[in-house]
Write a protein that binds this ligand. Structure first.
Ligand code: PRP
Length: 288
């Protein structure tokens, strides 16, 4: 059995993600040693590896197959726009992506004039203003403390994450428009999903069960239930992630057909080749 590799976003989400993974039996005792300088941790019994990386890099590791599975905020997934399967909403790290600014900026937003927007998320901001609002704006990329921008006159508004709202309040700013809700999601490499289907599907099902049990005990249960109900509705089915997942499911049905395993077309399949090359590389690395 080959290793299943997890890339987790460093920071607030990592510990909560590890707790959830532990609940489904994936543990990495080595990671709990605060003195450790190791970057990647292995559980030989479960054949898993876990590493922490900058949140922005998680989708990159997963798209390229350096990690089979990643856990990262929806904000990063949207901003990075990588080719991945988003398979499960972990319901942790809930917050909102918003347009915020001083109250007087509301008028500028309504008039649709040319304004400056400071943000750590230029792609999300572009998509919101250009494609959704059809408003031409100047987007200024910053790397942190975004709330400073309208205070010192760098921009009229910001696009940023709002969690408790206290950073905005303490700086005399407020939410002017809401772009989308955010939370941590599990993402899967598209080839791993096909080739390690049994293990990954079990992992997803186990996670769903644990999350639903956890939710029953907490007050967010209702929100999550609404989420689940939405999965059955048309909007969800029109969603690109669902379509990708559906394509993958069709592929899985095809793969489950035993005869296809020996079929030449299957082995000629590009995904299979990519996976095989990747796997051979990993095996070579492991031998070294
Ligand atoms: C994030 C975000 C806001 C703040 C929102 O910043 O960019 O500044 O949290 O949280 P609140 O609504 O609970 O106040 P982060 O702490 O990640 O640091 P950054 O400013 O360097 O991006």
């Amino acid at each position: 059995m080959r290793y299943l590799t997890f890339a987790l976003a460093k920071g607030r989400l990592a510990n909560r993600t590890l707790e959830i993974l532990e609940q489904i039996g994936y543990t990495c005792e080595e990671m709990k040693d605060p003195k450790s300088r190791k970057l990647i941790f292995t559980n030989e019994d479960q054949k898993i590896k876990i590493f922490l990386s900058k949140a922005n890099d998680v989708p990159t590791y997963v798209e390229y197959g350096a990690a089979d599975i990643g856990v990262v905020g929806k904000d990063t997934i949207l901003e990075e726009g990588r080719k991945l399967y988003e398979v499960i909403d972990l319901g942790i790290g809930k917050c909102r992506m918003c347009v915020a600014g001083p109250v007087k900026a509301k008028e500028l937003l309504e008039n649709g004039g040319l304004i400056r927007v400071a943000t750590k998320y230029p792609n999300i901001a572009k998509n919101y203003f250009y494609n959704k609002k059809h408003q031409t704006v100047e987007i200024i990329k910053l790397n942190g403390s975004i709330e400073l921008a309208p205070i010192v006159g760098l921009s009229e508004v910001i696009v940023d994450i709002v969690e408790t709202g206290s950073t905005l309040r303490e700086n005399g700013l407020e939410v002017l428009e809401e772009i989308c809700p955010l939370s941590a999601r599990m993402v899967v490499n598209q080839v791993s999903m096909k080739m390690e289907n049994e293990r990954i599907t079990k992992l997803i099902n186990d996670l769903r069960e644990v999350l639903s049990n956890n939710n029953k005990d907490n007050k967010d249960y209702k929100d999550n239930k609404n989420n689940k109900d939405n999965k059955d509705n048309k909007d969800y089915k029109d969603n690109k992630d669902y379509k990708d997942y559906k394509d993958y499911k069709d592929y899985k049905d095809y793969k489950d057909n035993k005869n296809n395993k020996d079929n030449k077309d299957y082995k000629d399949n590009k995904d299979y080749k990519d996976y095989k090359d990747n796997k051979d590389n990993k095996d070579d690395n492991n031998k070294e």
